[in-house]
Design a protein around this ligand. Structure first.
Ligand code: HEC
Length: 138
């Protein structure tokens, strides 16, 4: 019996370890999948965008400067001139209304930590607060 318990514990710890390891490698795995499905076609897998047409997300000062506007950009889209890393962009991004508040939070936390980005953690309550008051993009 003792043996059983011991091997159970050892195995349990092993799986626990594997689980935490995989979490460490992709801290926002759900956000990454959403990114691949909803953003990557434009902003690229490495977040570099498309020179002069689609602004980058990797290393983008915009994400840090307008941290709390990102939720609205994802839900409602964005148009008009913006400046990212000193370069002007003036295109249109359509909103992605099918993403829930929770999914938007996960995508934001993914892009804020992917590709060497380090723009901090955004809470779902902050996202919900921001989404209450989105500017209207015409
Ligand atoms: C159809 C192409 C397209 C898709 C899909 C798309 N974007 Fe965009 N995105 C753009 C364009 C174009 C702009 C610039 C809009 C402008 O010039 O005002 C932009 C702007 C942004 C910005 C602000 C500028 C910057 O680079 O920091 C963020 C943040 C952003 N997008 C995040 C996302 C996220 C997250 C997703 C997926 C949930 C996504 N986008 C999906 C094309 C797209």
């Amino acid at each position: 019996m003792k043996k059983y318990i011991l091997s159970f514990l050892v195995l349990g710890c092993f799986f626990c370890f594997l689980f935490f390891q995989s979490c460490k490698e992709t801290p926002f795995a759900h956000g990454k999948i959403l990114y691949e499905n909803f953003c990557e076609s434009c902003h690229m897998a490495d977040g570099s965008g498309l020179e002069g047409v689609i602004p980058p997300l990797a290393n983008a000062d915009y994400l840090e400067k307008y941290r709390l506007d990102i939720a609205c950009i994802i839900r409602k889209g964005q148009s008009g001139e913006i400046v990212v890393n000193g370069q002007k962009y003036n295109q249109e991004m359509a909103g992605i209304p099918q993403l829930t508040d929770f999914e938007i939070t996960n995508v934001i936390n993914y892009i804020n930590t992917a590709w060497g980005n380090d723009y901090g953690y955004t809470k779902i309550t902050e996202v919900q607060e921001a989404l209450k008051d989105c500017p209207l993009f015409e």
